[in-house]
Every structure is written in structure tokens, then in C-alpha cells.
Design a protein around this ligand. Sequence first.
Ligand code: 5SP
Length: 242
Amino acid sequence: MLEQLKQEVYEANMQLPKLGLVSFTWGNVSGIDREKGLYVIKPSGVPYDELKPADMVVVNLAGEVVEGDYNPSSDTPTHTYLYNHFPKIGGIVHTHSPWAVAFAAAKLDIPAMNTTHADTFYTDIPAADALTKDEIEADYEGNTGKTIVKTFEERGLDYEATPGTLVSQHGPFTWGATPAKAVYNAKVLEVVAEEDYHTMQMTMGDSHLPQYLLDKHYYRKHGANAYYGQNNAHSKDHAKRS
Ligand SMILES: O=C(CO)[C@@H](O)[C@H](O)COP(=O)(O)O
């Protein structure tokens, strides 16, 4: 059953290593057929280079396996919870992409600091609360999904405008109208996490710089020409013929 969706979800999963979003088996993609109320997800622990479309596992919205030779991803309770609470999404991605996980481990939102970010996520990407030890042990109840939905509700976020989140001390989850779109959003999230880290280093670092270095950064406060005009022998003043 759902052979076409299995193919689509298989192809989306194969994009994760190609896009540098996963190491080993640290990620999974699913896609849903809303009319049938069934979704397809990557099997747990199967290496991407051994994966086949027929290996995909079919799950219902109660989180029960309907068809499949393998166990579904260990993140199935989260995918199930999100499909039930975000009714307009058609695909979900979870990875442990390193820049996103760095923010998740620090329990930091990924701030909207550039247009690349805003064009896809509209606003800050939230760091949903980490799970307690008990919640992790009972994650079969969908506790990871619960903290994501709770964060979006508490902050008044639109899950369609902001198609992704971090789960503190775990990693990113993204979603979209299709599995392929959810993968696209996962890559954008990783790219902007890396960009933000460097922007934060360049701007937040000023407060620790010695004064002579801050002076060298004069151009940052007054524009490159000001620095150029003040200190460069080839400025207009020097160019005038006496
Ligand atoms: O964080 C974890 C496991 O701790 C998971 O997200 C895995 O990284 C992916 O697991 P499978 O999809 O292969 O079950």
C-alpha cells in the first residue's frame, strides 16, 4: 500500500546525507496521506545506503504500525503527535544537524538575523523545552511532540509560517506541505544556524575586545569609507595634485 508515497518519502530521506544533514542514521523523514489517515516513515536504524522504498513503514494516526517489516523510526511518536496537531503539514524531518544541535544543546532559539532565515521561517526558530528524564523514558506518549506544540501555542507561533523548531538538548524538527519541502526547510534551518553563530560571534564579541581593536573596527560603526578615508594613503585628499 501507498507505494507512491513510499517512493516519495524514500527519496526525501536520501536527500538528508546528500545535503550533509545527517551522519550515520541520525535522521528521518515521513510523509502523510491525509485522505487515508496513514503516513510513511523511515525504518529505525537502517543505514541510508541500504535503504529501499519497500523498507518504509506505514503508520496510522494513533501511531500504530499498519504495514512494514521493520520497526518505524524511534521518533515515530513525535511525527504522530505533530501530524495530529499540525493538520496542514504533509511531511516531517528530524535530524541531528550539527549547527542546529549546537543551538538546541544551548537551549537557544535561532534568532531571525537575516533574510535567508526570514524568507523561510518568518521569525525566531524556538528552542522548545527539553524533556525530563521521565518524559524521555515515556516519549512513546509523544512528549517530544507535546513540547513542540506547547511552545508554538504559548508563543502564538503559526506552524505554517515557522515550519520548524529545536527541541532543547536534542535537535531540530522541520515540516512542510510535502516531505521534499520539509527537507528543504531542514537545510535552511541548518544554514541559518551556522550563519547566526558567526554573526553572533562577530557582533557579541565586541564587548570583550581591547580598545585598540575596537578602534580598528571603527569602520563597522561609521561605514567602510570612513575608515578608508581616514587611514588610507589612496584616499581622495592624497589623490589631489598639489
Ligand atoms: O535521537 C535519536 C535517538 O536518540 C533519533 O532521532 C535517531 O537519531 C534516529 O533514530 P531512528 O530514526 O533511526 O530510529
